[in-house]
Design a protein around this ligand. Structure first.
Ligand SMILES: Nc1ncnc2c1ncn2[C@@H]1O[C@H](COP(=O)(O)OP(=O)(O)O)[C@@H](O)[C@H]1O
Ligand SMILES: O=C(CO)[C@@H](O)[C@H](O)COP(=O)(O)O
Length: 465
């Protein structure tokens, strides 16, 4: 059996899967946690990757490896390849003003959509570079190369010989704000608009193009952003909308043509197969439920039981989940809110239900935004840590008004990276046909009134103090 490995270096943890290259069957796996915070030194990702590889029994018998990772994080390297400062992550909102400045300077949202398929918000790398230029000019000047979390880990696995050996892929490059999915070229003028000068950028490999090798001789794939990785790991096709409830909430779909949304809600990313990946991301997803478990002093399993014990609509209680500000809608300084609290609804069950419903209402808006661009929504595939919750599965089906397909619990980003590694080994126009088994469909009675209530209160939140 030929073995391949896939990595998911996500916001909260690093996961490694080792799979049979031909069938995709999981052979072994491991994981390790990442530190908290929206600013993290990349060395922590490297340490977690080493720990996860050890937990997975090592990679000595693996022929190819690919790395999927959280998108957009700004990794700045100096001319010697040293990290200039801790990386600013996708969920760090300090560059919100930089995003507004950049939109203005290029001539408005349409100019950005035309150039790179997205309208800048604080998440995208180009805005973080502008923040660096404005707030840490010495660090900006020292920056000789910029890459993303997955690019940096691929480079480290290759031995990090020189800046010229940095590689990336279309999927992750499309989240920078200085690479065009439509032309497949960097927009160095936009990089310079952000950072103030030109730097080395990773070479963009094709979807199954081999990168460098590890010192042990395993071939490295291009890797990709975590959402493109998940779509590849799930084998998503037209009509599927992947909804991921991890640290971020995401709704995305595979498309044959580049997509642009001047409202900025949908980012017109590229995917990991040579196609495109219109995507909406929210900042508030699984951690809203983590917060609810803390407020109620219960476990996730207990939160799920509580939420399902309360009536749909939580007796009119609606929770707006902007606990970390929000990206879609673009409200970096917003806070969360609980509306409609009454004596008779002041129970743990009502609060649990309102937390799950509010978080999913944000994602239902995301699915609507993807649909509004003409993307067919025939099947919802639910993944991410919070998909382990029965309440999330039931309430997602009810709030979205659609059946929800939940694959068996697994690491689908890491699986997608492993599938890419297998594709690099096998060659050919399409990735190897890895069958997805064990998916279960959940159908609940639709509750459109929950979304109506949410829509009536979602703009009523206080700014961050
Ligand atoms: N049974 C569960 N119910 C709800 N949330 C859960 C459950 N298990 C894990 N989670 C949450 O899922 C999140 C991690 O999901 P994951 O998709 O791995 O995140 P990321 O990829 O962003 O690091 C954590 O916030 C964790 O608390
Ligand atoms: O910013 C985005 C997508 O645009 C996020 O989806 C990040 O890619 C982080 O993902 P997770 O760690 O939550 O999986």
């Amino acid at each position: 059996m030929r073995l391949v490995a896939g990595v998911d270096s996500s916001t909260q943890s690093c996961k490694v899967v080792v799979c049979d290259a031909e069938t995709g069957a999981l052979v072994r796996s491991g994981s390790a946690t990442h530190p908290e915070g929206t600013e993290v030194h990349p060395d922590h990702w490297w340490d977690a990757l080493q720990a996860a590889i050890s937990a997975a029994g090592g990679l000595d018998d693996v022929e190819a490896i690919a790395v999927g990772g959280q998108q957009h994080g700004m990794v700045c390297l100096d001319e010697h390849g040293e990290v200039v400062r801790p990386a600013l992550l996708w969920n760090d909102t300090r560059s919100a003003q930089a995003a507004l400045d950049l939109i203005d300077e290029l001539g408005g949202p349409q100019a950005w959509v035309d150039a790179v398929g997205l309208v800048p918000v604080a998440s995208f790398t180009v805005t973080k570079l502008r923040w660096l230029r404005d707030h840490e000019p010495d660090n900006a000047r020292r920056t000789a190369a910029v890459c993303l979390p997955h690019d940096w880990l691929t480079w480290k696995l290759s031995g990090a010989a020189s800046l010229d050996t940095l590689v990336t892929d279309r999927g992750d490059a499309s989240g920078t704000g200085y690479w065009s999915p439509a032309t497949g070229e960097y927009r160095r003028d936009l990089l310079e608009l952000g950072l103030g000068h030109d730097v080395v950028l990773p070479r963009v490999l094709g979807p199954s193009e081999a990168g460098p090798t590890t010192p042990a001789g395993a071939v490295l794939g291009p890797g990709t952003g975590d959402n493109a990785g998940a779509a590849l790991g799930l084998g998503a096709v037209a009509g599927d909308v992947v909804v991921s409830i991890g640290t971020s909430g995401v709704a995305c779909a595979v498309a044959d043509h580049p997509v642009g949304d001047v409202s900025g809600a949908v980012a017109g990313f590229a995917d990991a197969t040579g196609r495109f990946l219109p995507l909406v991301a929210t900042l508030n997803a699984a951690r809203v439920l983590d917060a609810a478990t803390r407020m109620l002093g219960v476990s996730h399993a207990e939160l799920s039981v509580l939420a399902l014990a309360a009536p749909a609509g939580a007796g009119g209680m609606a929770l707006v989940p902007y606990l970390e500000g929000e990206r879609t809608p673009n409200r970096p300084d917003a806070t969360g809110a609980i509306h409609g609290l009454r004596l008779e609804t002041a129970t743990p069950a009502h609060l649990a239900r309102a937390a799950v419903e509010g978080m999913i209402c944000g994602l239902a808006d995301a699915v609507d935004a993807v649909r509004a661009l003409g993307t067919p929504v025939e099947r919802i595939i639910l993944i991410g840590g919070a998909a382990r919750s029965e309440a999330v599965r039931e309430i997602a089906s009810a709030v979205l008004g659609l059946p929800v397909t939940v694959p068996e619990p697994g690491e689908y980003v890491a699986r997608g990276a492993a599938r890419q590694a297998a594709w690099v080994l096998a060659g050919g126009d399409e990735p190897p046909a890895w069958e997805l088994t064990g998916a279960v469909e959940t159908r609940a009675d639709p509750t459109p009134e929950v979304r109506e209530r949410y829509a009536s209160v979602r703009d009523m939140t206080a700014p961050r103090p």
